[in-house]
Ligand binder design. Structure first.
Ligand SMILES: Nc1ncnc2c1ncn2[C@@H]1O[C@H](COP(=O)(O)OP(=O)(O)OP(=O)(O)O)[C@@H](O)[C@H]1O
Ligand SMILES: [Mg+2]
Length: 335
């Protein structure tokens, strides 16, 4: 079904991962969760036939305009992100102190302690959500302040955004925009507080204005805005001057370095032949665009997928070598 022009324009402005990235992630997600495509389609409210054609990589052969996949990509990303947030605490898996992780972590602590704002702009798989959630846990464990992680959804109204902020903060979450803001200020005033808004490109100007007010008035929340490059574009328009003047720093993430990727690979899989390291890292590359410049980068997500694939292949080889021959089975039975 064609997407109305206004909706298409809106979705196009969200900087969604491209078809190839989305297919790769959705395939791994479905495999890991044991989902059929129909089940995945149900979860994301996508027509199963459209999803099948999309996953086969031939959507544009059946549909006129490439951007028709926007709806599918947006719905899939939201489902997969929500699942990871609800089910995978960032402290559960292996952790690596990469340069980007450490830099963003430092800014998050500075935002908390000084009540300032930072922007984190990075393409898919560049450790944004992982860092936000892991450092939020660290802050909350430290008791030196309160970090509230909020995942902003597509078409999130300012009010439901605030409801989510109150829910995440564990405080009463009913009321008008003004009442909700008062609650946040009142209940979080006894300590330093940090609002971390992931996928902040989904906030409209009203939502951003609300955040600015929380930043500017007591108890002076710290704010981290994270998302795709379209977040930087939104902040760059002239009407956003007040926001720009409040940003202490913008982190432009460009993925893992070759050395970091090699360290993670060998840390997870043990010693490897240099040619295998190079080939796996090559496979973890993804494409992105910042302003008008295209670049390739090493996606942490793709690298961890490659590690999972390699582990699965190793397990399969091990199992195959352990399979008994018919003679061995007979001998075992007789013994
Ligand atoms: N420093 C790290 N140590 C261990 N694992 C990491 C690290 N950084 C990222 N990861 C892994 O890489 C995956 C992808 O990172 P993440 O979800 O943070 O990307 P993202 O930038 O939020 O992408 P998107 O824009 O698509 O939402 C995470 O699920 C996590 O498992
Ligand atoms: Mg993310």
């Amino acid at each position: 079904m064609p997407i109305p022009a206004s909706r298409k324009h809106h979705l196009q402005s969200l900087g969604l991962p491209d078809d190839a990235e989305t297919i790769r992630r959705a395939r791994a997600f479905a495999l890991r969760a044991g989902l059929t495509l129909t089940e995945l389609g149900d979860m994301a409210a996508i027509n199963p036939n459209s999803l099948r054609v999309f996953m086969a990589g031939c959507y544009d052969r059946h549909h006129a305009v490439e951007s028709n996949t926007l709806n599918i990509r947006a719905a899939l990303k939201q489902v997969m992100d929500r699942f990871e947030i609800a089910n995978l605490p960032p402290s559960s898996g292996p952790h690596y102190d990469t340069a980007d992780y450490l830099a963003v972590r430092k800014s998050m602590w500075a935002a908390l302690e000084q009540g300032t704002a930072f922007l984190v702009d990075g393409p898919p798989g560049t450790q944004k959500s992982y860092t936000f959630r892991r450092v939020a846990e660290e802050i909350n464990r430290s008791k030196l302040g309160r970090a509230v992680y909020i995942y902003s959804r597509i078409d999130h109204s300012p009010q439901s955004f605030l409801v989510e902020a109150c829910t995440e903060a564990g405080i009463p979450n009913r009321g008008t925009i003004d009442q909700l803001m008062r609650k946040l200020r009142f209940f979080l005033s006894g300590q330093r507080a940090l609002l971390i808004v992931d996928e902040a490109q989904h906030l409209n100007s009203k939502g951003l204005e609300i955040l600015r007010q929380l930043l500017d008035t007591p108890p002076f929340f710290g704010v981290i805005l994270g998302g795709s490059h379209d977040l930087s574009k939104t902040i760059a328009v002239w009407q956003m001057e007040q926001w720009r003047s409040r940003l202490r720093r913008t982190h432009l993430l460009k993925g893992l370095s070759e050395a970091e990727a090699a360290r993670i690979l060998t840390g997870e899989l043990g010693p490897m032949h240099p040619a295998d390291v190079a080939a796996t890292i090559q496979d973890a590359h993804a494409n992105a665009k910042r302003w008008e410049t295209k670049f390739t980068y090493i996606s942490a997500r793709n690298l961890f997928f490659a590690i999972e694939d390699a582990r699965a292949a190793l397990d399969a080889t091990k199992r195959a070598s352990q399979v008994s021959t018919p003679v061995e089975i007979l001998e075992e039975a007789i013994a």
